[in-house]
Design a protein around this ligand. Structure first.
Ligand SMILES: *Cc1c(COP(=O)(O)O)cnc(C)c1O
Length: 333
């Protein structure tokens, strides 16, 4: 089976499972799980922030990030297609009484700063209080340029806003830009990182920020049900991933680029490819047929008029060769 629906589908490798089995654990709610502590220290070191906190999911880490930055009646500026606006069940509004102010993404995945500036509300009791700009990096595989992040950072300093980056796939940006994480994270106050996407762990995300912020986040994490006990078992997978699975993301990017070229060569319309994501167009009338064709060939893929294909550490070049041959057979029938 080839699974290209998402980079969340990766399974823990034998070596990662060994690391989990060998993990020293404590009770992380009592703050004495040494493996969770080590992971948080490592995330803080890599991001250049003072502290970090381990969460079961990225959704919860993003929610807690928003709950720390914004009070009831505050507002965050966010992308119309951003995960922490569109794909987290409205948690900030439901649980935090925080108003989102969505902005359309530019073609490159950024939020145009003129539009961000125009959306910042003046200090007037008619309006919600604008507190935060939330960016997503990478967004649909697109890497936000460092020059853009620097400008966004300056804008938020001028307007006394905080800047959060949803960096579920931030290490794809790190590898694509060939920089250290700190070179990106210096342009944000807080950052979320998913370990369970391309980094290949079964579970886990991190929120990075300053000491006071992370202490506040610890309270919100407890309140939202994210305080875990012998979570060193899970943190060990995270430590393993940070050590072994970052540099290899380049293979996923190369595979996605290669697949784009191959599909284009057999007549598939490629829309775009960035880092580990490839978007192709499928004629509406062919969608159902291609769906069953892929199923019959043991390929899991979310076929639609715009089909997203995601490469990851459980997909090899050989798997992709098989996919191209299978797709070509479909077009030739
Ligand atoms: C996956 C993802 C998250 C978090 O998702 P979980 O499944 O809750 O871990 C957050 N932001 C983005 C951009 C994501 O892709």
């Amino acid at each position: 089976m080839i699974d290209l629906r998402s980079d969340t589908v990766t399974r823990p490798s034998a070596a990662m499972l060994d690391a989990m089995m060998a993990a020293e654990t404590g009770d992380d709610v009592y703050r004495d799980d040494p493996t969770v502590y080590a992971l948080e220290v490592e995330a803080a070191r890599l991001s250049g922030k003072a502290a970090a906190l381990f969460f079961p999911t990225g959704t919860q880490a993003n929610l807690v990030a928003l709950l720390c930055h914004c009070q009831r009646g505050d507002e965050y500026i966010v992308g119309q297609q951003a995960h922490n606006y569109k794909y987290e069940a409205g948690g900030a509004a439901v649980l935090g009484s925080i108003q989102p102010q969505p902005i359309l993404h530019a073609e490159d995945g950024s939020l145009p700063l003129a539009e961000v500036a125009a959306a910042i509300k003046p200090d007037d009791f008619h309006f919600a209080r604008t507190r935060l700009l939330s960016l997503e990096n990478t967004h649909h595989g697109k890497v936000l340029p460092l020059s853009y992040l620097e400008q966004a950072w300056t804008l938020t300093r001028e307007h006394k806003l905080a800047l959060h980056i949803d960096g579920a796939r931030i290490f794809n940006a790190v590898v694509a830009q060939n920089v250290e994480l700190e070179a990106i994270a210096r342009y944000c106050d807080t950052l979320t990182i998913c370990l369970s996407k391309g980094l290949g762990t079964p579970i886990g995300s991190l929120l990075c920020g300053d000491e006071a912020y992370i202490e506040q986040a610890r309270r919100w994490r407890k309140m939202t049900g994210g305080g875990m006990r012998q979570s060193g078992i899970l943190a060990a997978a995270g430590l393993y991933a940070l050590k072994h699975n970052i540099a290899r993301l380049k293979e996923d990017h190369d595979n996605a680029a290669w697949l784009g070229e191959q599909l284009s060569a057999i007549g598939v319309e490629v829309l775009n490819q960035h880092t580990n994501m490839l978007f192709v167009k499928v004629p509406t009338e062919k969608v159902d047929a291609l769906k069953s064709w892929m199923q019959s060939g043991d390929v899991l893929i979310s076929v639609g008029p715009v089909t997203r294909i995601v490469t990851h550490l459980d997909v090899s070049r050989q798997d992709l060769q098989r996919l191209v041959a299978h797709w070509q057979a479909f077009l030739q029938q």
